[in-house]
Design a protein around this ligand. Structure first.
Ligand code: NAD
Length: 483
């Protein structure tokens, strides 16, 4: 099937590569000329596992890139809209990119097409897309608008697309339903999973196909993200209670998550959610509810807990170090989560900015997001390291802010020797406190009691901070353990 995808960002590019992988002829359109040039040269503009391999496999074969919509739409059965829907200042979704694409598609139609909303959009957007297209000269019988929300997660986006839990098809008639069913048939029939050259992945059962009205599909996406964000804020709030009473959040999560009605996924305490989706989708969903006359205050509280979590973490760093001005901190992680170079709304950047305002000197390392972070962070007070150990070198403490896999398997001996003081403040609970304490660290994490170094390592005078040269005990305040 011939498919056009408008918007070649994190979603459009992954969807295009995966649809080509399923056997379709895909043309990816973007109005960012530089991005399209890079893609045509074989450069992959984002960090995403398996994506370089898929692009190399299908580029110039079943997958093409262009800035020109007309050519891409020619003879296409479906056009997916995958452009951004950022927040406006009022918190609503800015639908101007979707509107612009709808207008352009209307003026370029060359026969019946299904216009598929892949972007995350407020409920009833499909009505607006239809209206805009009609106003711009598209004959009513020449198109249908459907909603096919995307549930991929950055970092595992390709596997999420090819091995989904469910595929939601929001369609208001049989004709558009048939086109979407055919597009996903290799997954829903299981044909793709029998291929030897498939992207490897685990399949317990075939993806569920959920056919709904377009408006229900639009709501499913907003409600899914709002629910997941709620789960994150909920467990962070429980972690705060654990800290207050000396309970262990990891044990609590195990106990809660074993209930099949709740499940273990997304019960991970940390410094809060971020990224290009949860914060904006939560605000947009609230705005939608407000417009419908419902005050969705629960979601306000979810955002509040999330913001508060950043401040809690900075308080924790203070608790471990007493004063912050002039302190040298190693930072591991800038991306909003592990596995991606995306720093949009990254809580790690939020923490770094707060610490810079406190007068800290930061040396940060991220396996993929350094360049994107450098472009948005202040220039003063921060430098970028080439490895976790380089970030830790001579630092007063090391902070873990992103859950990159490689941060969970550091050489602890090497790390402790690199640090001026063996203090780790872990915003992602990547380590077991007993292990860290056994390895000689003072270890603070989320929702668990702090672990004190079993054998505080003597600091070698040559690499110690000039402030307390030769000091053998970390400068932890008396009240630090209780925060
Ligand atoms: N990133 C995710 O993890 C994720 C997951 C699910 C859904 N979504 C949703 O998908 C949508 C896209 O997100 P993203 O992260 O891929 O955004 P993105 O910013 O990475 O990509 C959007 C792309 O659209 C292009 N674009 C904008 N206007 C255009 C136009 N008129 N014609 C052609 N191209 C145009 C931009 O140049 C950009 O390359 C959003 O609505 C988002 O909420 C994102």
């Amino acid at each position: 099937m011939r498919i056009a995808i408008v918007g070649s960002g994190y979603v459009g590019l992954v969807a295009a590569a995966c649809l080509a992988e399923l056997g379709h002829e895909v043309t990816c359109v973007d109005n960012d000329v530089a991005k399209i040039d890079l893609l045509n040269q074989g450069v992959v503009p984002i960090h995403e596992e398996c994506l370089p391999e898929l692009l190399a496999k299908h580029r110039n074969n079943r997958l093409r890139f262009t800035c020109e919509l007309r050519g891409a739409l020619a003879k296409a059965a479906a056009v997916f809209i995958a452009v951004g829907t950022p927040s406006t200042e009022q918190g609503e979704a800015d639908m101007s990119y979707v509107e612009a694409v709808s207008r352009e598609v209307a003026r370029t139609l060359d026969g019946y097409k299904v216009v598929v909303e892949k972007s995350t959009v407020p409920v009833l957007t499909h009505d607006w897309v239809r209206r805009v297209m009609l106003l711009n000269g598209a004959p009513p019988e020449s198109f249908d608008v459907a909603s096919n929300p995307e549930f991929l997660r950055e970092g595992t986006a390709v596997r999420d697309f090819l091995y989904p839990d469910r595929i939601v098809l929001g369609v208001d008639n049989q004709r558009s339903a048939a086109v979407l069913h055919e597009i996903y048939e290799p997954l829903t029939s299981g044909r793709y999973y029998q291929r030897e050259d498939r992207v490897p992945g685990a399949i317990d059962q075939l993806p569920a196909v959920i056919v709904t009205s377009a408006k229900s599909a639009e709501l499913i996406k907003h409600a899914s993200n709002a629910f997941l964000a709620t789960k994150v804020s909920f467990i962070n709030a429980v972690a705060n209670v654990c800290e207050a009473v000396g309970a262990d959040i990891e044990q609590v999560c195990q106990g809660i998550g074993a209930d099949s009605r709740i499940g273990r996924k997304f019960l991970y305490p940390g410094i809060g959610y971020g990224g290009s989706c949860f914060p904006k989708d939560l605000k947009a969903f609230q705005a939608v509810a407000r417009e419908c006359g419902y005050d969705f205050r629960l979601l306000e509280e979810v955002s509040r807990v999330n913001h508060e979590q950043l401040r809690n973490f900075v308080r924790k760093v203070k608790g471990a170090l007493w004063t912050l001005r002039g302190k040298k901190l190693g930072v591991l992680g800038l991306a909003f989560k592990g596995g991606t170079d995306d720093v949009r709304e990254s809580p790690a950047l939020g923490v770094v900015e707060m610490l810079l305002r406190e007068g800290c000197e930061i040396r940060a390392y991220d396996p993929a997001a350094t360049e994107r972070a450098r472009a948005v962070l202040p220039q003063n007070g921060i430098s970028y390291a080439s490895s976790p150990y380089d970030a830790a070198q001579d630092a007063d403490a090391l902070l873990i802010l992103t859950d990159w896999k490689e941060f969970a398997t550091l050489d602890l001996e090497r790390l402790r020797k690199a640090l001026a003081y063996p203090i780790v403040v872990d915003g992602r609970n990547l380590y077991d406190p007993a292990t860290m304490s056994g390895a000689g660290f003072i270890y603070c994490s989320i929702g668990r009691a702090d672990a004190l170094a079993e054998k505080p390592a003597p600091v070698e005078p040559s690499k110690s901070s000039p402030r307390i040269a030769g000091d053998t005990v970390a400068p932890i305040s008396p009240g630090a353990q209780a925060f």
